[in-house]
Design a binder for this molecule. Structure first.
Ligand SMILES: Nc1ncnc2c1ncn2[C@@H]1O[C@H](COP(=O)(O)OP(=O)(O)OP(=O)(O)O)[C@@H](O)[C@H]1O
Ligand SMILES: [Mg+2]
Length: 115
């Protein structure tokens, strides 16, 4: 299966914007993107060295209009990036998950079918 590259691009832009914004005003940090293919699935992992997501907020980040305490007073946004990205991923028969987040290391994983 060939996935729609424009859709994939939209998801990546959202994840990379979030990663970049996770560093806060100093905007210093690293972003790693790791890609692998396994059992007919492609996995794109985006890891940043930013401030991380508070434990109690982790269950809400994919909800529409949710914006975390770590960000809402600092960066303008609608809180739609992840909700939208998840919907796109699901429409491609894939998924988008928060793999882990701690101060200094947050990883999202996008999965979609690939040959
Ligand atoms: N890489 C990340 N590091 C830390 N927090 C994150 C990260 N990605 C998402 N979040 C948290 O999840 C919330 C929801 O993310 P989402 O992308 O949906 O909205 P947003 O970035 O605030 O606004 P928008 O994407 O509409 O510009 C963010 O407000 C932030 O608190
Ligand atoms: Mg966003």
């Amino acid at each position: 299966m060939q996935i729609d590259s424009a859709r994939l691009q939209q998801i990546m832009i959202n994840l990379l914007n979030n990663a970049q914004q996770s560093f806060g005003p100093e905007a210093e940090g690293t972003i790693h993107v790791n890609v692998k293919q396994e059992n007919g699935q492609a996995y794109v992992e985006v890891t940043d060295s930013g401030k991380g997501i508070e434990e109690k907020e982790k269950e809400y980040i994919f909800e529409r209009f949710f914006r975390g305490e770590n960000k809402k007073y600092e960066t303008h946004g609608l809180g739609l990036g992840l909700a939208f990205s998840l919907m796109i991923a699901q429409s491609l028969h894939g998924d988008l998950i928060l793999k882990s987040s701690n101060p200094g290391e947050t990883t999202f994983v996008l999965r979609f079918p690939a040959e």
